[in-house]
Write a protein that binds this ligand. Structure first.
Ligand code: SAM
Length: 250
């Protein structure tokens, strides 16, 4: 298996592929004002195995297009949707978030938890804006500095890994500059990282290594995940995912 296949193998059995939580998905949904609306068209971009898509299918009267680059995640999502009786509401689409086959003004709601970084926050919200109806809502979670200053070692790490990391005020100003009206912002609390994501991931490392005969590439992947987890445990007061809720201005 190459590195990407190993990453998919590590993450496909997880309930989620990144930090988040059903409470926060619900909170963000309430902030859109769309929770009671009927006949919505929704896209979940970078959906993974469907942590958000499945909740939105449960809570909304909506047709949901769940998009991801990896068919293995979408197959898992289809299984989960079938088991929970949501197959009618969720359509999976294998596509890259930077080349989406959508029409202009197609969606009432575009959702993306912990995924927009794959194309970059700015490029992502700019590219997706045209797929929203005027007045349509964007909900994205994105890694965000929680304070104006932070330890230099942490700053250096994230500037290497994801140079677009920034404060919420900078991200909100960027949304304003690009045709959105920011409606709300909140921070994902630590249990969204630890209880919901890192702890189940840590619990899966041994089986992953066994499945992959403790190969060097598999060990490297686990080591990289362990470093990321240790970094979060040490510096969690300085960064998290921010949820950004914004509406498209005409
Ligand atoms: N939203 C899910 C969640 O919260 O559990 C998954 C988040 S995971 C950190 C990022 C997701 O983005 C993965 O499922 C990955 O396969 C997907 N992804 C990565 N690059 C992508 C691309 N270019 N287009 C679409 N999806 C992509």
């Amino acid at each position: 298996m190459d590195e990407l296949e190993l990453l998919v193998d590590l993450h496909r059995s997880g309930q989620r592929q990144g930090p988040g939580g059903s409470k926060e998905t619900r909170r963000a949904l309430e902030m859109t004002g769309l929770a009671q609306a009927r006949g919505l068209r929704v896209a979940d971009i970078g959906c993974g195995t469907g942590s958000a898509s499945l909740l939105l299918a449960e809570w909304l009267d909506a047709e949901i297009v769940a998009v991801d680059l990896f068919p293995e995640f979408l197959a898992e999502l289809n299984d989960r949707a079938r088991t929970r009786g949501f197959s009618e509401r969720i359509r999976t689409l294998e596509a890259s978030m930077d080349a989406l086959p959508f029409a202009a003004d197609e969606f009432d709601l575009i959702w993306s938890e912990g995924a927009i970084y794959n194309m970059g926050f700015e490029a992502g919200h700019q590219a997706w804006r045209r797929f929203l109806k005027p007045g349509g809502m964007l909900v994205v979670s994105e890694i965000t500095w929680l304070t104006a200053e932070r330890p230099p070692a942490l700053q250096a790490h994230w500037e290497r890994e994801y140079p677009e990391i920034d404060t919420a005020s900078a991200k909100v100003a960027q949304l304003e500059r690009h045709g959105y009206r920011p409606e709300a912002y909140f921070v994902l609390p630590p249990d969204g990282w630890l209880t919901n994501y890192y702890e189940p991931l840590e619990a899966s490392f041994e089986a992953f290594l066994e499945r992959n005969a403790h190969s060097e590439s598999a060990r490297n992947i686990v080591e990289a995940e362990r470093r990321e987890i240790a970094l979060y445990r040490r510096y969690r007061d300085f960064y998290s995912y921010g949820f950004y809720i914004a509406s498209r201005i005409d």
